[in-house]
Design a binder for this molecule. Structure first.
Ligand code: AMP
Length: 178
C-alpha cells in the first residue's frame, strides 16, 4: 500500500484533461511526473517493492508501459521485454490479436525473449477496460510463461478492467484508483 504522502503528491501532479482524445473521456496526463525526478523515484520504489522477489521478468505495454516498466526491471535486476503494436518489431515475433470497440488490434513480442516457466509482471501506466492487458497476458501464456502480477500506476474502477484479469489468477496492484 502506497503512503498517503505519495498518493497525495501524485494526485496533485497528474493532470485531468476533460474530453481528450474524444468527448466524454477524462484523460489522465502522467507527463508532469517526469518533471520531478524525486517523485519518479518514489513511484519506481513503490512499484518495485510490490514485485520484489516475485517475478523473473517485466513485460511493458507500448508505449507508456515503458516509462515505468524499464525502471522497475532495472531496480529488480530482471529482464525487460517490450510488448509492441503490430509491425514495429522485426521478425521473428509472436502475436496476439484482440477486439477493440471497432475492429481489432494486434500486439507482439520478439520470439525467444520470454522464456518458458518465467514468472512475469505485466506493467502499464493505466488500466482502463483491460482489453490490451488481457491480450498481453494471453501473449505471455502462449509462450509457456506465467503471468504472476499486473501493476499499473492508475486503475479506473468504473471500466471494470480488473474483472477481465481475474482469470489469470495473478496479483493486481495500482497506486491510484479513480
Ligand atoms: P485499456 O486497454 O482500455 O485498459 O486501455 C489502456 C491504455 O489506454 C493504457 O495504456 C493507457 O495509456 C490508455 N488510456 C486509456 N484510458 C485512458 C485515460 N483516461 N487517460 C489516459 N490514458 C488512458
Amino acid at each position: 500500500m502506497a503512503s498517503s504522502e505519495l498518493i497525495k503528491k501524485l494526485n496533485e501532479t497528474i493532470e485531468n484533461v476533460p474530453d481528450f482524445p474524444i468527448p466524454g473521456i477524462q484523460f489522465k496526463d502522467i507527463s508532469p511526473i517526469f518533471l520531478n525526478p524525486k517523485l519518479y523515484e518514489d513511484v519506481i520504489a513503490e512499484l518495485a517493492a510490490f514485485s520484489k522477489g516475485k517475478i523473473d521478468a517485466v513485460c511493458g505495454i507500448e508505449s507508456r508501459g515503458y516509462l515505468f516498466g524499464i525502471a522497475i526491471a532495472v531496480a529488480l535486476e530482471v529482464p525487460f521485454i517490450l510488448i509492441r503494436k503490430q509491425g514495429k518489431l522485426p521478425p521473428p515475433v509472436i502475436s496476439e490479436k484482440y477486439d477493440l470497440e471497432y475492429g481489432s488490434a494486434e500486439i507482439e513480442t520478439r520470439e525467444g525473449q520470454i522464456k518458458k516457466g518465467q514468472r512475469i509482471l505485466i506493467h502499464d501506466d493505466l488500466l482502463a477496460t483491460g482489453g490490451t492487458t488481457e491480450a498481453a497476458a494471453k501473449l505471455i501464456e502462449k509462450q509457456g510463461a506465467t503471468v504472476s502480477q499486473f501493476s499499473f500506476l492508475i486503475g479506473l474502477k468504473d471500466l471494470k478492467g480488473e474483472e477481465k484479469l481475474k482469470r489469470f489468477g495473478a496479483e493486481v496492484y495500482h497506486i491510484l484508483e479513480y
